[in-house]
Design a protein around this ligand. Structure first.
Ligand code: SF4
Length: 296
């Protein structure tokens, strides 16, 4: 497996608790990387040939001093660096400039989330402030906007996309799936969003878990070097990824003889529910608790 991008979840903590969040971000969540851990991760990423680093969460600006250092370190190491944020900190354009000024010249992208889930507005004032301030400082910007469940929008690949449909995994499976039209479970015979053999980019959480899709772990970077995890990754022999690739979430149900409903909102909904049912069997691969909404 050759990795181009690593998306680092600096923290599971977030200022919001959005219904569509598939990492269950929340003020009550725990798990945050230290600077020392981030430096270790960046060194491993370099060794593994990664070119692009994103800091996200949760809400990475909650740990601003660490984020700032991490961005500088990553940029100094030659990575292309991006941040995904809900822009809660951009209380005015002038103040947003203060937050962003120390990152100027180091960021290749600042993507902000703005939609009805985040602030009850399609384009919230704070995300707008952040974008205006970033443009003044010459920081390239992007926007993530997730449509409401019944709206007909294109699907998204991963987290960095514009105007995407909800993917019913994580908290969205629990909070939103029942509001969406449902389809027979047998129809979900492919994973529509992830390239499970060569994903290109993966997510790393504050516990060192490497996620090929949020909640599906292919190794732990605090236990084994990233380079080695990539070299040893074998999709076919992974008890979750192999089945998802060959027969989609429906294959998890049939192979492991899982109890199931007759219909689901989308493939991710069935995938997530099947994985919840399989967690006791594969505790290291379907982890951590944070990705499954288990908050201490
Ligand atoms: S079907 Fe499963 S593996 Fe594929 S994107 Fe959805 S949740 Fe992820």
């Amino acid at each position: 497996m050759k990795l181009e991008g690593l998306h680092i979840l600096l923290t599971y903590k977030c200022t919001y608790e959005c219904d569509h969040c598939f990492v269950w971000g929340s003020p009550w969540q725990n798990g945050t990387l230290t600077l020392e851990q981030i430096e270790n991760i960046l060194n491993q990423a370099k060794d593994a040939g990664v070119q692009s680093i994103y800091f996200e969460g949760g809400e990475p600006f909650l740990f601003y001093a660490i984020l700032k250092q991490a961005v500088h370190k990553a940029a100094d190491m030659g990575f292309s660096v991006g941040i995904v944020s809900n822009a809660y900190w951009a209380t005015s354009v002038a103040d947003a400039e203060e937050w962003l000024y120390p990152l100027m010249g180091r960021l290749a992208d600042l993507t902000v989330s703005s939609d009805l889930f985040h602030c009850g507005e399609c384009l919230g004032e704070r995300p707008q402030n952040a974008i205006v301030a970033a443009k003044w400082l010459g920081i390239p910007t992007g926007m993530i906007s997730i449509a409401q469940p019944k709206e007909d929008t294109k699907s998204s690949h991963g987290q960095i996309e514009d105007e995407s449909a909800v993917m019913y995994r994580g908290r969205a499976a629990e909070k939103l799936a029942r509001k969406a039209p449902s389809h027979p479970w047998e129809e979900f015979d492919a994973c529509p969003h992830e390239d499970l053999r060569e994903p290109g980019r993966v997510h790393l959480d504050p516990f060192g878990n490497l996620h090929i899709c949020q909640g599906i772990v292919i190794g732990n970077l605090f236990e084994k070097p990233l380079k080695q995890i990539c070299e040893e990754y074998d999709m076919e022999s992974h008890p979750i990824c192999g089945l998802l690739h060959s027969g989609g979430p429906a294959a998890l149900v049939t192979e492991y003889n899982l109890p199931h409903a007759s219909s689901y909102a989308d493939a991710c909904h069935l995938c997530y529910e099947a994985r919840v049912a399989l967690r006791a069997r594969f505790p290291d691969l379907l982890a951590p608790d944070q990705m499954y909404g288990v908050v201490e």
